[in-house]
Design a protein around this ligand. Structure first.
Ligand code: NAD
Length: 254
């Protein structure tokens, strides 16, 4: 068991990559806190974990809302006394070329994808500092490194998360807190389905175009990212600090 008894909060874990990661972490002995906006998806994830013999609770909270998040963190600390790993995974898609994006849409993407990393980190870090240990995984994207069409607001947020990760790592290294970033490529989740629907008239053609950019020749699965997250969450990555970990089938070279 690579995460035996570690208490792990994964934001946005009612779906996609967060859910696949929660299932994998639970199978490795972790106690999971499933967070999401969707109560239905969150409780379904808990049920799946429990059915597989794992331990999980669901807490509904909006990652951009300080009141929601501080209450969630208080609840976790009251139950377990510690948060060993925080995976800032929740995020939303942002589609459109810059001059066509409405300011309100821009603000929403920035809010969820950047503030949604800031707020949970703000409330969890003091507990990690007190414990003198912790691992934080921030969800960036390969789009922080390469240009992709029609994704201006989203790219801006994921570049910001990568920069934030490095800054956090420097600030919290003295407390033995590691902060690393995941940079997935295109991973087939409901989030990508939505992006493909909004951006392309022919989904199959769009997928073929994306596959062509991959050195691997194929798109990723949520489980591919979950395995990389497992490495960053576990003590096996104890010498990995402030790192961008690409999980992208080589798309940054495509
Ligand atoms: P998803 O839509 O399947 O899951 C995201 C989850 O986050 C949803 O369950 C949603 O309800 C939740 N969420 C959204 N806003 C929230 C909020 N304010 N508070 C709490 N929960 C909230 O998406 P996914 O593809 O699994 O993406 C997960 C993360 O991975 C995102 O940050 C995304 O940007 C990033 N990412 C995805 C891909 C990809 O190709 N799928 C690639 C790179 C990075």
């Amino acid at each position: 068991m690579r995460l035996q008894d570690k208490v792990i909060l994964i934001t946005g874990s009612g779906s996609g990559i967060g859910k696949a990661t929660a299932l994998l972490f639970a199978s490795e002995g972790a106690k999971l806190i499933i967070n999401d906006l969707s109560e239905q998806q969150g409780t379904d994830t808990v049920k799946e974990i429990e059915a597989a013999g794992g331990e999980a609770i669901f807490i509904r909270a909006d990652v951009t809302d300080p009141a929601d998040v501080s209450a969630m963190v208080d609840q976790i600390i009251a139950k377990y006394g510690v948060i060993d790993v925080l995976f800032n995974n929740a995020g939303i898609s942002g589609v459109g070329v810059l001059h066509e994006i409405e300011p309100e849409t821009w603000d929403r993407v920035i809010n969820v994808n950047i503030r949604g990393v800031f707020i949970p980190s703000k409330y969890v870090i003091p507990h990690m500092m007190k414990a003198g240990k912790g691992s934080i995984i921030n969800m960036s994207s390969c789009i922080a490194e390469i240009g992709l069409a029609n994704r201006a607001s989203y790219a801006a947020t994921k570049g910001a998360v990568l920069a934030l990760t490095k800054s956090m790592q420097v600030d919290y290294a003295p407390y033995k807190i590691r902060v690393n970033a995941l940079l997935p490529g295109t991973i087939m989740t409901p989030f990508v389905e939505k992006y493909l629907k909004e951006s392309y008239s022919n989904k199959e053609e769009a997928i073929a175009g994306l596959q062509k950019r991959q050195l691997s020749g194929d798109l990723g699965l949520p489980e591919d990212v979950a395995k990389a997250a497992l490495f960053l969450a576990s003590d096996e990555s104890s010498f990995v600090m402030g790192a961008p970990l690409y999980v992208d089938g080589g798309v940054v070279f495509g």
